[in-house]
Structure formats: structure tokens, C-alpha cells
Design a protein around this ligand. Sequence first.
Ligand code: C5P
Length: 311
Amino acid sequence: MEFNQVAGGLVVRAPAKLNLFLDVGKLREDGYHPIDSIFQAISLCDELEFIPVATEGIQLIEEGIAAGRENIVYKAAALLQREVGGRFPSGVRITLKKSIPAGAGLGGGSSDAAATLIALRKLWGLEVSPGRLCELGVELGSDVPFFFSGGTARCQGRGEITTPLDDLFEPAGTLHFVLVCPAIEVSTRKVFEAFDQSDPNPYMALTPPTGIDSILQSSFIEGFYSGELLFNRLETVACDLFAELAEIKGLLAAEGFRGFLMSGSGSTFFGLCDNADAASSMVDCLKGKVPLGTRVLTAMSVPGWSANIGP
Ligand code: C5P
């Protein structure tokens, strides 16, 4: 996540994520599922501009139009405002430029929410500790805490317990991906509900012995070659729900990627390539073959940014 000062305000580039591994356990009493996952921040970013204005209140503009209060960016700003006693030092105009597709398993909304909490705290030097900011993030969504530090991280609990893994993955260098984003928005809740109905129950035990712990004992490359990495417990369920996802999975299987996987609860699939040139060639190959409206683009892994958050 990058923060740049502009005439009295801040511009933030808020990255998307991919799940390089995602295992899911049995539904908890609180309505969430335990997960064990490896999140990877990538170079595809939304951009948010935060400008203090004289008019009180939070204005959110997306593509030139005032966005509603149900937008997660608005919710994040309003939550922080409540946290500091209901008033910010001035009004704020937030302009959101989306590049990360919604309902795509890329964490775009969660990243925007984290960016909003961090940026508004920075803008006015608000006295909210990083730990408390993270708690506010969890209220907004399970994936939000990951975006406080980014990079590569293991995410557990319902997603909010994050452990950085950058050191472990560093020897693999920059990872190059091709993202295939179909024009369908997938509801995370619906995929999890379908997962609960799936029969027979393959998901009672979270991360069996061949799961994430053995990946963490090896390297990214070993985990990848052993087939332990690039696993997503929700992939079959999502492909059963949406025929287009199954179609895209078939296309990726035929293209000779190093590996490929669905991210999160879908709808994005990603393929792993050896380098940037290979990723560009794959994009050219896939563009004529994917269903109408599908975006095909390259992205790279990006390192963590916890140092940018400030005290
Ligand atoms: O946390 P978030 O608001 O992103 O989650 C959206 C929905 O996805 C939840 O209401 C829940 O139904 C489902 N979910 C889940 N287990 C998780 C994360 C999300 O069941 N670990």
C-alpha cells in the first residue's frame, strides 16, 4: 500500500490479494468458517484520494458520482469517526477509483477499507492505536486486517489472525501471475453456504497433516512442486455454482501454467508464470478464448508495507 501526499491530502494505492492456499473448516457458531490461508498482495490496485474539506461530514465519490453509505469505504470512514467521538477535525472528500473487480475474490473492498482507516488516521494524526485500528478493520470484514501489513501472510481464525510469511517466500523472488476475472460477482456468503451443503463432508478437519504446516516447513517452490500449495477448498463448490468458473478453470488447465487456482470464494482464477514475459504471452493466448466480458491481466506479488502505517 502506497501513501503519497498531495495538496493537503493523501492518495493511497490499495492492492488486491490472491489466496495461494485456502483451507476451510466447519461452520462456527458465530456464522463464520475457520480458515487457514496464505494471502499474497499483488500489484493490481484501487486508488483512493482523501482531501480535507470545509464542509463537515464524509463525501464519497466514485466515477464522478456520490457513492452510497453502504459502500465499505464510507462505512470505514464512519466507523473511525465514531471511534474518535463522532467528529473529525474537518470534513473529508474521498474519491475512489476502482480497478479491482468486486465480488472477485481479490479483497478489493477489504483493501479499500483498510486504506481508508489508515489514511484518515494519518491525515489528522488521530489517536487510535494500530491494534485498535485493526479491530475496527475486523468489524468491516474478515480480510481487512491482512491489508494493514500485506505482503505474504498466513491468515487464520475467520481470516483476521495474520502472521507475516515474507521471509519464507522471499527466496522465490517476485511471483508473476495472470488474472482471469469473469464478469460475474460472486457472493462470499453464498459460496460458504454451498460449501456447508457439500456432501460428503470433506472439510471436518482443517489443514490435515499434508496442509499448510508442511508448506511452511518447506519453501514456496517445494510446496508448489509437491502440489501442497495452490489449493483452494472452495474451488469445486464455486465451479458447481457457476458454470463459467468451471469453463475458465478448463481454459487455464489447457494453457500450460506452472499452476493455477481460484482466489478466495471466486470469481477470479489466476495462473502462475515463470516471468513477466511468459505472463504477457499467456494473456495474449487467453484473450480470444475467455467468455465475453472477462478481464485478463498480468499482476506481480508485492512486498509488505507495515512500516508505512506509522506508529
Ligand atoms: O467477513 P466478511 O464480511 O467478508 O464475510 C462475508 C460473509 O462470508 C460472512 O457473512 C460469512 O457468511 C462468510 N464468511 C465465512 N467465513 C469466513 C469469512 C466469511 O463464512 N471466514
